[in-house]
Ligand binder design. Sequence first.
Ligand SMILES: *Cc1c(COP(=O)(O)O)cnc(C)c1O
Length: 223
Amino acid sequence: MSPLAERLELVRDGVRVAARAAGRDPAAVSLIVVTKFQPVSVVSDLMRLGVRDFGESRHQEAREKAAHLPSVRWHFVGQLQTKKAAAVAAYASAVHSVDRTALVRGLSATGQSADLEVFLQVNLTDNPERGGAASADVPRLTELLSVAPGLRLRGVMGIAPLGEEPRRAFARLRHAAEQVRSIAPDAVAISAGMSGDYPAAIAEGATHLRIGTAITGTRSDPR
Ligand SMILES: *Cc1c(COP(=O)(O)O)cnc(C)c1O
């Protein structure tokens, strides 16, 4: 087995273990492999290992990879400038970082054939400079997203801040998810959990993990 395949298996095992420990079905947790800073060959290698969903956080890089591998389900997970929204919607299947009205409008009705899946990002820090909506804005943005043409609201997204027990932060995200679901009953997804904290995210109900380095290694690692 290649080191890449070994790391992927290790994470898949870790997901199964964490899901069972939380009394959840491992099949209800999907894995998005974040390939930012990785060459497109890593994406192809992972496709051969059965990965279908990939995450990117920078438009330029994502667009280049999407041009090589258009059949991939690309998830845009990074902070997104409104002026780039339509360009991202052209190749992405999902955008996880929707956090403000202008971005909802920029992504909505861009004329794509299929609905763009979106996640409402909630800021789990006290720093407004970080991406994500303040929790007070969650109901209003949920209402806006649930009627926005061309968008399908899947649920919430969050990034656990450094310097706090991740499970506590993910518990706040779960609370935001409940608020969203009370307004938009189909929006049940929770995008949470990265290399260092995915077991805690699974314990708090994550349905979409965004895992990079635990699978890809850092760029200089052997594949
Ligand atoms: C980079 C990134 C990840 C993956 O992080 P790792 O620690 O490498 O697993 C997940 N989500 C977002 C928003 C990211 O930018």
